[in-house]
Design a protein around this ligand. Sequence first.
Ligand code: DC
Length: 225
Amino acid sequence: MNVISVAIDGPSGAGKSSLARRAAKALGFVYVDTGAIYRTVALYCSENGISPEDHATVAAALPKMNVQLDYTEDGTQRMLLGGRDVSELIRTPEISMLTSAVAAVPEVRAYLLETQRKLAQVRSVIMDGRDIGTVVLPNATVKIYLTAAPEARAQRRCKELREKGMDVTFEEVLKDVQQRDYNDSHREISPLKRADDAHLVDTTCLDFEESLDVLVKVIRQYMGV
Ligand code: DC
């Protein structure tokens, strides 16, 4: 069987995860959320009192972390840390911010590079992240850069967090979004940027179903089906 890879990159809150998950379902591919892998590494650092500034300690801890991906029957990706399901714990605003710093550690990026590549070797995947089309899968069958205006992204994230019962204001979520955009696109290694050959999808004025429709159409168009 021909293995297809779809790389979806873009800033925080552009809807990458939920859209990629649904698009993978529609196309029969496995969805890989690489942000969740970085988040799990950040959670380990947080629980073990390791500062992301201390690169040597972070690097030494990597082989001991035992970070695993698991999939439920409906194709939802779960993150396991030392066998414990941490899929919800990695979604707090504190871990989001810490992840941005952990993801800038070169040893972390190098360590996770092979993990991510291996996942795409054996089966057709839709993989989302920040550097999938530029670094992880430079030969991906389809590359998409999914974005939206910061205010639209903050609005969506705000709604998501409130639905989970978190007490957040639009202003603080927007500040977080802008800070993470800055961190992710200004770090030295693998900064967030659109690959030259990535197809741009801007979801600022699209609702979820419209965005999904555009995404699946673009993927099918590149696959020639
Ligand atoms: O997609 P997300 O919000 O779950 O990502 C969390 C953080 O991880 C974000 O600050 C960027 C970083 N990240 C990265 O640097 N490279 C990836 N491939 C995925 C995420």
